[in-house]
Design a protein around this ligand. Structure first.
Ligand code: SAM
Length: 255
């Protein structure tokens, strides 16, 4: 999996490459990252990549031409490496909101080119000509596309086989099967905040599976009833699931 990231602040990506499971996966060559700085493709001695907006108004806009030359250089590198042309995604508050399903689709692919905006954003002509899709991390605005790009890469890389010690944990994550994750407990068995649910200490594997499923259903019903309704529409709930919800007084969430 290869990520080509177009960014004015490549140093920010150390947060991703030097830490945690995603950093370790990079060391083990499960993925690779190449940052491309548009300033290297500017046409003047000042390495200018932004200018004032036509029509007036505050702030600066990233210029189309240095960005287009950067994308052309990414394409050329991909051609010479034989990796094939990856889709160009512009991280943007105006894009389609990022979901687990989108990241799972990309995790099955070979890589992406990510364009990180700064200032007021990017000249629309570049977006129209050279961007395949726009992706948002939510209905709020951050100062640049780097943090959104890192979120996206992290969400993809943790799904790659070999990134996590236990691949099963990816399958049990929230959203993967349409529900939120079940609660987790660890040692000691008893603290001032309470005791561990006895079923988890029982050693009965099937009872534990059923209890975790019920806890996931209950958490989803309480915190994200929209997800539970969607799971029902997608036929992801069994008769036993619906029976549990009704017995727990949570069944009304489905109506
Ligand atoms: N003026 C733009 C607007 O309101 O649509 C926001 C520009 S923002 C200050 C600068 C850059 O941060 C954007 O070009 C984009 O790359 C990134 N960005 C900001 N919020 C984002 C979000 N919610 N999702 C993804 N990228 C975001």
């Amino acid at each position: 999996m290869r990520f080509d990231v177009i960014t004015l602040l490549p140093g920010m990506f150390a947060a991703l490459t030097e830490h945690g499971v995603v950093g370790r996966a990079l060391t083990r060559q499960l993925w690779s990252l190449q940052c491309w700085n548009p300033r290297d493709y500017a046409s003047d001695a000042y390495r200018t990549i932004d200018d004032r907006p036509f029509g007036g108004g505050p702030g600066m806009v990233m210029m189309a031409e240095p960005l287009q030359r950067t994308i052309d250089a990414v394409r050329e590198a991909q051609r010479s490496l034989g990796t094939g042309r990856s889709n160009v995604i512009y991280l943007s508050p105006q894009g389609q909101q990022l979901t687990q399903a989108m990241t799972a689709g990309w995790a099955a692919g070979t890589g992406l080119t990510l364009l990180c905006g700064r200032y007021e954003g990017v000249d629309q002509r570049l977006l129209d000509a050279s961007v395949d899709s726009e992706v948002s991390i939510g209905d709020f605005v951050v100062s640049g596309g780097e943090l959104p790009a890192m979120l996206l890469i992290d969400a993809i890389v943790r799904q790659l086989p070999g990134t996590l010690n236990h691949q099963q944990s990816v399958l049990e994550d929230s959203f993967v099967q349409g529900l939120l994750d079940h609660p987790h407990y660890t040692r000691p068995e008893s603290t001032t905040a309470g005791v561990v649910p006895p079923v988890l200490l029982s050693g009965h594997h099937l009872d534990i599976i059923r209890w975790r499923r019920e806890q996931a259903l209950a958490a989803t019903a309480r915190k994200r009833p929209d997800l539970l309704r969607n799971a029902q529409q997608c036929r992801l709930l069994s008769a036993a699931d619906i029976d549990f919800l009704n017995r727990s007084g949570l069944g009304s969430v489905l109506n």
